[in-house]
Design a protein around this ligand. Structure first.
Ligand code: HEC
Length: 175
């Protein structure tokens, strides 16, 4: 029963999309305003990279809770830092399909700025910085020195996350 409903809904969506694509006036209008229609690869790519970032955020939360509120253990926080380092190595792969925030109406709340692709090497350098900062974060946590952990946590947020978001992530999208 549920399955049938989903199929019907998907069929309706396909028809709606087909209708949009088939209507010449919609396409030329969107081209005139510089907008492109997002294709299936872009839709998938945006979901994938946003999921990767959500996972980074969830692991960051584990570290922050340990550092700020002494929740959990240093070993758990260090494992979360390692996990972020691992996700960081996938940044080139999950961002390789270009889908910018100019196209966000078609791909949901997409906040990837065009600079990601116009300055691809700069972007990759920020991904590498995240990898390096995660490794330093894990080793500070494993080292157990409270002051070193606090200092590295600040650097981690600033260099690891903020350094990239400031340049390559666009403003919050409503809706
Ligand atoms: C190499 C660049 C880069 C680095 C480093 C980076 N981010 Fe991101 N992040 C982005 C971009 C770009 C987006 C927007 C993606 C989109 O909307 O398509 C984003 C989105 C996010 C989101 C929102 C995900 C969603 O759609 O719900 C969270 C949460 C996040 N980042 C957390 C972090 C944290 C925490 C760190 C550091 C530990 C970090 N990011 C490091 C580039 C980066």
């Amino acid at each position: 029963m549920i399955r049938k409903t989903v199929l019907v809904a998907a069929g309706t969506l396909a028809l709606a999309v087909g209708g949009l694509l088939g209507s010449g006036s919609f396409v030329s209008e969107s081209q005139a305003s510089g907008l492109q229609l997002a294709d299936a690869a872009q839709m998938t790519a945006v979901k994938e990279r946003q999921q990767a970032m959500k996972d980074v955020g969830a692991n960051m939360k584990i570290i922050a809770e340990f550092v700020k509120d002494s929740k959990g253990t240093a070993a758990e926080a260090a494992a979360a830092a390692d996990k972020i380092g691992e996700i960081a190595t996938a940044i080139p792969a999950v961002f390789k399909v270009k889908a910018t925030l100019e196209e966000m109406d078609a791909v949901g709340k997409n906040r990837g700025k065009p600079e990601i692709w116009s300055d691809w090497n700069g972007f990759l350098a920020r991904g590498k910085a995240l990898e390096d900062e995660s490794a330093k974060m894990a080793s500070a946590l494993n080292g157990g020195d409270a002051a070193a952990i606090q200092a590295q946590f600040a650097a981690f947020g600033k260099e690891g996350c903020g350094g990239c978001h400031k340049t390559y992530r666009g403003p919050k999208v409503d809706g």
